[in-house]
Design a protein. Structure first.
Length: 365
């Protein structure tokens, strides 16, 4: 089981400085809007994955006028207490485990497992393909230890290939041999990424279907992988080479992949209500929790950011019942009035005002 015992923040979002200890079980983060509830959960997420669930730009995580942001936590990772640390600055980011810096972030990510539910998760279903690829990439970094390395290498080669395509487009270069080399490298990493995505989606489909049926009472949900290229990948890239040069960009590959969701043979985006979309998003994240538990034989930390405000009391308890009773859970909300607390044996309430914890209260046995 993974749990975070304490958290230290310096110049992260609205927090100039914070020191806080957490309990096992349910931790409720209470406060009005724009007081720092989401940022607290986001900090735990960044500590685990070295990136935010909300943004791809690390600079916005650093408090205004600060040179850097530092997140440090003491965590119990399968009965072993460890120190994790992420430092963000204009020069980049550093990640340390027990005070040893990791050269590759792919070696750091996965040391502490976290799964987050947030309002932004609705965009997985109703948003752009970019949102769905981001969901895949963030969740898979914890599920497949090699995925981030392959993705990093792919993006590096993709950038080089696009720069060379622009040079060919503008007649600044005539080096098609280099284009072939870059294309071969892109195909090498692209195949690994697509195979990993396909395997992840296949693994996730089984719990997704069951969880959605349990949450909504409806059957038939299925997720499909939609790669931008299938079959003979080498042939596909060769057939698009002239178009790539003409447009100055790479038109095929994992950076163009997508996901689709269906109820039976009907696309979910066309038939689903807002409530159904929310249930699908929750089922996705619950499914990810199950996959992590099964693969790594450990229980991840669960972060629920303003998820319960739109759910009735029965659906709240339904979600909590699907989470392992031994999991450490963080729930942010503006008010306890909307929470179903009757089914909770023990919980801790943290009250936040303007980036400061004003009170900590323990309830239950």
């Amino acid at each position: 089981m993974h749990k975070i015992n304490s958290l230290s923040l310096k110049d992260f979002r609205c927090y100039e400085h914070l020191e806080v200890s957490f309990n096992d079980g349910i931790n409720l983060i209470i406060g009005n809007n724009a007081q720092g509830k989401t940022s607290l959960l986001e900090a735990i997420y960044v500590l685990a994955l070295s990136k935010s669930h909300k943004t791809s730009f690390d600079q916005v995580l650093i408090k205004d006028d600060a040179l850097f942001s530092k997140i440090q936590g003491k965590a119990s990772l399968d009965n072993r207490v460890s120190t994790l640390e992420v430092i963000l600055s204009k020069e980049g980011k550093k990640a340390r485990y027990n005070h040893v810096e990791y050269r590759r972030l792919s070696d750091y990510i996965g040391l502490m497992n976290v799964v987050m539910f947030a309002p932004e998760d609705l965009n997985i279903i109703k948003g752009s393909p970019k949102e769905r690829r981001r969901f895949l990439d963030l969740e898979m970094t914890q599920y497949n230890r090699h995925f981030l390395h392959h993705m990093t290498q792919y993006n590096k080669v993709l950038k080089e290939r696009n720069e060379h395509l622009k040079a060919l487009q503008k007649k600044r270069s005539k080096d098609y041999v280099l284009l072939d080399v870059l294309t071969d490298q892109l195909i090498h990493y692209g195949k690994k990424i697509m195979n990993a995505r396909r395997a992840f989606i296949n693994d996730l489909n089984s719990p997704l279907k069951t969880l959605y049926k349990n949450l909504s009472g409806e059957d038939g949900l299925l997720m499909h992988y939609m790669p931008s290229v299938e079959g003979d990948i080498e042939k596909a890239y060769k057939s698009k080479q002239a178009l790539d040069v003409l447009s100055g960009t790479t038109t095929l590959g994992p950076h163009r992949d997508d996901l689709s969701f269906y109820f039976g043979d009907k696309p979910l985006k066309k038939v689903a209500s807002q409530g159904q979309i929310r249930s699908v998003a929750l089922s996705l994240k619950l499914g990810v929790i199950e996959l992590i538990e099964a693969k790594h034989q450990t229980i991840p930390i669960i972060l629920l950011d303003d998820v319960f405000s739109e759910l009735d009391l029965n659906r709240q308890m339904n979600i909590l019942e699907h989470i392992n009773k031994n999991a450490q859970v963080f729930i942010s909300t503006t008010s306890l009035v909307s929470m179903n607390l009757k089914g909770l044996d023990r919980y801790t309430v943290y009250t936040i005002e303007q980036g400061t914890i004003k009170g900590v209260d323990n309830y239950g046995s």
